[in-house]
Design a protein around this ligand. Sequence first.
Ligand code: FAD
Length: 321
Amino acid sequence: MVLTLVELDEGVPAETSLEALTLARDIAGQTDSSVSAVVVSDEAAAVADELGDYGVGEVHAVEHERLDSYAPEAWAESVDQVANELDAGAVVAPGSDRGHEVLSHVAARRGVSIAANCLDVDAGEEYEVTRQRWGGTLLEEARLGGDTKFLTSAAHEVGIEPAAEPADPPVHSFSPSLDDDVFRVQVDRYEESEAEGVPLGEARVVVSGGRGVGGPDGYDQLEDLADLLGGAVGASRAAVNEGWRPHDDQIGQTGAKISPKLYIPCGISGAVQHMVGCKGAENILAINTDPEAAIIQKADYAVIADLHDVVPELNETLRET
Ligand code: FAD
């Protein structure tokens, strides 16, 4: 049996969980087994029908008085106990932050490997997986060991396909035994982002700043440029780490993925982890003092100059036109 962790997003199965179920069904088909879902929520019963559409034969609803908010180790312990009880041959989690975090904890508890960001699984004797590395810039073929296989699906890469024959899964309630020490980390509250204007992921123009901007005040000019072009402002991780911009603005492997018509990185060197986030840009216009910077090789257009001279001039010209 292939056990799949399903996360709910405002009461419905998250897209990444439907991807995980699609991958799980493929594995189950190859191993002549079935797919079960584990849902850590008291809303599990309400989504059973929808999970049945994706071929889930049984839903296991984890219920515990202290699991009213997310606690990674407690989720992991619960998933581990369900997997143990059902003698799961594989455990698949969505390629989301939580999916990766929870399954890594489960695998670490058992001292076995996990294959993250899988696109395809050949569940034969060798158990070969094709998975993304380096934020999707590299594809790796690997063999996954261990009696129980632990893997996550690559987010937004594995297509979502309903089952040819929908199931009508029963919902079994599961009460895990959880010690205090698995509640060392638990979400206390959420804060809504105060971001205004065009969301980064949807912007047609993104102007972003890196360490070369030199400080938080340097972003005023970049914000003016983004406003004049009807775009949004982003940042490199270096700028975010300096505390110059919020993490929501970060573009890259560990930040937002953007696909604007025009991307204007200012004072950004073009590290591979940054480029992963902007590889969907149609055109890149880099502004950098260093002609040898990697971003210059990757840009369609480049201005080799100080951004503090170029951006104000650009703004002035745009205001006049
Ligand atoms: P730097 O590399 O210091 O580059 C600054 C650039 O500014 C230089 O090219 C310089 O020539 C130029 N410059 C300086 N002054 C001026 C000026 N006045 N005018 C014009 N140009 C100027 N990075 C990300 O961005 N996003 C990620 O999601 C991300 N994830 C990561 C994940 C991992 C696991 C790791 C290990 C790293 C990650 N990084 C990420 C960090 C990444 O490797 C780089 O360190 C980072 O992108 C560098 O930021 P930067 O280009 O702003 O700074």
